[in-house]
Design a protein around this ligand. Structure first.
Ligand SMILES: [Zn+2]
Length: 99
């Protein structure tokens, strides 16, 4: 699929822009380590309800989920999420199964 100049931009209408906005609103830093590189930061569902959230939205993630996260933050529910870097996110998932 060809992308337009607009879609390649950094507005809220595209995934990269949306993800950037969400990560910045959630602090723009990993909750567990000093990592601040947005390229490796991810949104984590603090209470492990990410699967339920995705099922509710009937999505596997991507722009639909990121839009919903932004809406939750706008409603004042930002405590539901935290920013983790890819490493810390992986470690957190592993801890969950090791417990
Ligand atoms: Zn980290």
């Amino acid at each position: 699929m060809k992308t337009t100049k607009y879609q390649r931009g950094y507005g809220l209408g595209n995934y990269r822009g949306l993800r950037f906005a969400v990560l910045t609103m959630l602090g723009g830093k990993c909750a567990r380590c000093p990592q601040r590189n947005l390229r490796v930061l991810q949104v984590d569902h603090v209470k492990e309800d990410g699967k339920r959230h995705r099922d509710q939205l009937k999505t596997k993630g991507g722009i639909t989920l990121m839009t919903a996260v932004l809406q939750e933050i706008a409603k004042g529910h930002s405590a539901r999420f935290q920013v983790l870097c890819a490493n810390c996110h992986m470690i957190k998932s592993q801890e969950r199964y090791a417990a």
